[in-house]
Design a binder for this molecule. Structure first.
Ligand SMILES: [Zn+2]
Length: 151
């Protein structure tokens, strides 16, 4: 599975890129000081892949159909991992699963809004606020995410 390995790698680098954005609000992906369980790890990886797909889609690298298919696939894995995680912890019962999956949707929506509203630097990947013309990180001129006109 070469593609999966590549996905993980890309997902991880996107995670590094997005990390400042995410950690500012709440960081369910980062449980510092704890060894992630297998399920937690799977969930984390799925979320990273999901962000990666969102990112690629927003950058215009991924077509609508590919994106939808990928998103569906990864979401299924993420939800399976969340279920497994809940089964592992056993502390939260009942509606916890619902709220977890709602969290996931919220998280996707949040990342998506950020991707749509703001502009990711094509040079360094830094997320800049909407309307920025230059990257606040490296100073490169920014393009809007959906216009893929090469320089
Ligand atoms: Zn930059």
């Amino acid at each position: 599975m070469v593609t999966l390995g590549a996905l993980l790698l890309v997902g991880f680098s996107v995670f590094l890129i997005l990390h400042p954005v995410i950690s500012g609000k709440e960081a369910p992906l980062e449980s510092a000081g704890e060894d992630p369980s297998d399920a937690q790890f799977r969930k984390r990886v799925s979320l990273l892949q999901l962000r990666d797909a969102e990112y690629e889609y927003a950058m215009g690298k991924l077509g609508e159909e590919d994106y939808q298919a990928l998103r569906k696939e990864i979401s299924a894995e993420a939800l399976a991992a969340i279920r497994a995680e809940l089964a592992e912890t056993r502390e939260s019962v009942g509606p916890a699963y619902e709220s977890e999956s709602a969290d996931l949707e919220q998280e996707i929506a949040r990342v998506r809004a950020r991707l749509k509203g703001g502009t990711f630097c094509s040079e360094c990947g830094h997320p800049n606020d909407a309307g920025s013309r230059f990257c606040s990180q490296c100073g490169s001129p920014l393009q809007s995410p959906r216009t893929s006109s090469a320089p």
